[in-house]
Design a protein around this ligand. Structure first.
Ligand code: 5GP
Length: 181
């Protein structure tokens, strides 16, 4: 893997594809264990756009009947959070009374998670579990429980495997990190 340049920034290889797949195998096995024998149809809620690749990989590994629902949340501009989270596409279906597994690419400050949980509570869901591929523990400043974590990473800006820098880089198979000065 080589360095890549996107716009004005250089990114260096960080988490190889195979390691990401191992993280997804791990959380999928935990979810399968917790949802074994489900008689309802739990919902996997993909938070667009960043979680699209993670959710696709995760769902292929779930062995109980489940439904895909999406919504889009926006908070990042460039390489940092604006601190203001907006729902820029509504839920694709009502989730009243449903069990929901939130599928996030990365949890950073946790503000997006808090905003999603508020939306789900207003919807009247039956239960919420939170699953994230990556977790920036040092940056997290909320109390919400995160049920399934693929991998903890330091507080640095990354891209690839669904994550972008100003909408570029989502198609990279591996994850790259912003090169330090
Ligand atoms: P939070 O609301 O937890 O601060 O941020 C969550 C969202 O911010 C993620 O779903 C993702 O879209 C974006 N985000 C957080 N950290 C990074 C990062 O290092 N790289 C990229 N590309 N997006 C990030």
């Amino acid at each position: 893997m080589n360095k890549i340049k996107i716009y004005d920034k250089t990114f260096v290889p960080y988490i190889p594809h195979d390691e990401l797949i191992g993280c997804i195998d791990k959380v999928a096995a935990q979810i399968n264990r917790d949802f074994a024998g489900a008689t309802d149809v739990p919902v996997v809620l993909c938070i667009l756009n960043g979680a699209v690749i993670f959710t696709g990989e995760l769902m292929q590994r779930l062995d109980f009947p489940c439904q895909l629902v999406t919504t889009k949340m926006t908070s990042y501009v460039g390489t940092s959070t604006t601190g203001e989270v907006k729902q820029t596409l509504p839920l694709t279906t009502s989730l009243k009374g449903r069990r929901v597994i939130i599928a996030e690419d990365i949890i950073d400050t946790g503000l997006t998670l808090v905003a999603i949980k508020k939306i789900l509570s207003e919807e009247g869901v039956a239960d919420v579990k939170v699953c994230t591929m990556l977790f920036k523990k040092e940056a997290y400043r909320c109390d919400e429980t995160i049920d399934y974590i693929g991998k903890e990473i330091p507080n640095r800006f990354i891209l690839g495997f669904g994550l972008d820098y100003n909408e570029l880089g989502r198609n990279l198979k591996d994850i790259y990190v912003l090169e330090e000065d």
